[in-house]
Design a binder for this molecule. Sequence first.
Ligand code: E4P
Length: 217
Amino acid sequence: MKIFLDTADTNLIEKHYATGLIDGITTNPTLIKKSGRDPEDVYKQLIDLGIPDISMEVVGTQEQMLWEGRRLANKFGKNATIKVPCTPDGLDVCRQLSRSLVKVNVTLIFSASQAILAAKAGAKYVSPFVGRVDDNSFGGLCLVKEIASIFTKQNVFETEILAASIRGVRQVGRAFEYGAHICTIPPTIFDKMYNHILTEKGLEIFEKDFIASHENY
Ligand code: E4P
């Protein structure tokens, strides 16, 4: 059960990685653009922080994605996971990189059939987009459940389900319950995972009672 952060904000990543509860990072071109930085500066900084698994997305034609994926994998080594879209070109790149033992995250997965093809192409991770499926009036978490059920029944052990596009804390628990191996979440959602009103209230009472009981002696 792993938690990845879905962001390219290295300040936030550094702060949250220090909790010891974060296992990796996923980025995408939108998150990199939001960071306002050169993608490779971001990746380099994350490697220096010791992040063991960083998804680096490639785009373009089959040739461009393959060339860029190989270059990034050579440059950043075992910490690099190359992220490709679930298209015929993307899956061909996945197949070729996986054969050379490069980890591949197949992204933009919206159906079980896409996850099946990605697994057959040797993907290390398949990324169903829970939130974006929900946005389109289908069940994002049901998709996670369906993929997990297929992978279990078909003894697919080499490909892990990385639940992506997570929009709320409740989805994290549900995604793991339904068989996701990893959830990638924005830092704001990670922060909210700590919270519960009854923890706050309970702690308030325990602290008051602690002080009161020590005042008596
Ligand atoms: C996954 O790897 C993507 O980066 C991400 O989860 C997309 O999330 P969004 O739908 O909130 O953009």
